[in-house]
Design a protein around this ligand. Structure first.
Ligand SMILES: [Zn+2]
Length: 392
């Protein structure tokens, strides 16, 4: 019998994996050979790093330029109180070595940038996106598409999270879902908006699970599906994503090199962050506005002229709907833009207000001037306005 690449120590350590037929010695050897890069050692990166190290992923790269701050400790379980002030990469290396000394932890104490991303990502098989900002998220996505590396995506905001696997050979990428970033200042950061401390654990575990599955080649990865996690309702739903043939990254492939992502996200030269000069469209301001369900009820009752668009999936529409709302599922919105009047006022709604916020950003980007997002979605509507609308 051929000698295993695993040492007797490792065979003992991974005993519970070895007795799983889906892993076994062969799978454990694949894990040992695997090289995974974590972009960010924060809320999402913490659980991912701990579990991938424990599972025996042979090489773990970690990119993070940040230092541990006391406000991180509420959720970034990779770091300890004694690490405050130290670089996160350093704290991560020590902790992960303690979890599993067989793992080769390689750290990059710097920001991932257009200059270094291809060079760093090239050395790995799989990338785990644990970033908390749009410029790094687009950068990571584009670099993964260019290099053909799967991008295990996760993001969190307040009580809700998302996860998917992007940039595989046949699946969609992040840009298929969100072609362009929202205007700066529109989506509050976790620092401004807050984040439920256990949530990155929940979403990070999904990312770790998907990463291990990809390495082992078992199960059904989250390719072409976006998982939506709502911690308050404890609901997990997936929506189907299609590869967009017009996607500049993975479709037309017009993105052949990395760009200036600060500028792309409106944070670069000449752009101001959040405060914009007054434009022609009177008092509307620049960006999407939030509408409460009671405001919507009043607006409907007043007979105001506006378009009410429901971006949920047809099955959700079958469960519950607001009369008068026109169903245009999120994934068909881009194709339906031509049928909408950009000068008309538009209110977008979904289940909880998260998908519709992205849809509202999209319409705004497409030149729609007066776009509202319905805060809390149809769920808030049934709770505060019409209990006859079924909750799900
Ligand atoms: Zn794409």
């Amino acid at each position: 019998m051929e000698q295993s690449a695993l040492t007797p120590d490792e065979l003992q350590r991974y005993a519970r994996h070895l007795s799983l037929p889906e892993v076994g010695i062969e799978g454990q050897e694949k894990l040992k050979k695997a090289r995974v890069l974590l972009v960010g050692a924060g809320g999402l990166g913490s659980p991912v790093a701990l579990y991938l190290a424990a599972a025996g992923v042979g090489t773990l790269g970690i990119v993070d330029f940040d230092r541990v701050d006391v406000t991180n400790l509420q959720r970034q379980v990779l770091h300890s109180t004694g690490d405050v002030g130290r670089p996160k990469t350093e704290s991560a290396r020590v902790r992960l070595h303690g979890v599993n000394p067989h793992v080769d932890v390689r750290t990059y104490d710097e920001a991932l940038t257009s200059e270094n991303a291809l060079d760093i990502i090239r050395r790995y098989d799989i990338v785990v996106d644990g970033t908390d900002n749009f410029q790094t998220r687009y950068l990571t996505n584009d670099a993964c598409v260019i290099l053909g590396k799967p991008n295990v995506y996760g993001s969190i905001f307040r009580f809700e999270g998302q996860a998917s696997v992007f940039a595989t050979a046949d699946g969609p990428c992040y840009r298929c879902l969100f072609r362009e970033p929202p205007p700066p200042g529109l989506v509050p950061s976790c620092a401004e908006g807050g984040v439920f401390g256990v949530l990155p654990g929940l979403v990070g575990m999904v990312q770790a699970t998907e990463t291990v599955k990809l390495i082992l080649g078992v199960g059904e990865p989250l390719v072409g599906r976006l998982l939506l996690v709502d911690a308050l309702r404890m609901s997990f739903r997936t929506i189907q994503l299609r590869k967009d043939p017009e996607c500049p990254a993975c479709g037309t492939r017009e993105i052949t090199e990395l760009i200036d992502y600060e500028e792309f996200c409106g944070l670069g030269r000449g752009a101001t962050n959040g405060s914009h000069a007054a434009s022609d469209d009177d008092e509307w301001g620049d960006g999407v506005r939030e509408m409460s369900v009671t405001e919507l009820a009043a607006k409907l009752a007043s007979g105001d002229e506006f378009e009410l668009i429901d971006v949920r999936e047809p099955y959700e529409h079958a469960i519950a709907r607001i009369p008068r709302a026109r169903l245009i599922p999120m994934r068909t919105l881009a194709a339906s833009v031509g049928s909408l009047d950009p000068t008309r006022e538009v209110v977008l709604l979904c289940h909880h207000g998260m998908r519709s916020a992205a849809a509202a950003d999209f319409l705004h980007e497409q030149g729609f001037q007066r776009v509202w997002n319905l805060t809390g979605g149809i769920d808030a509507w049934s709770e505060e306005v019409d209990p006859g609308v079924r909750r799900y």
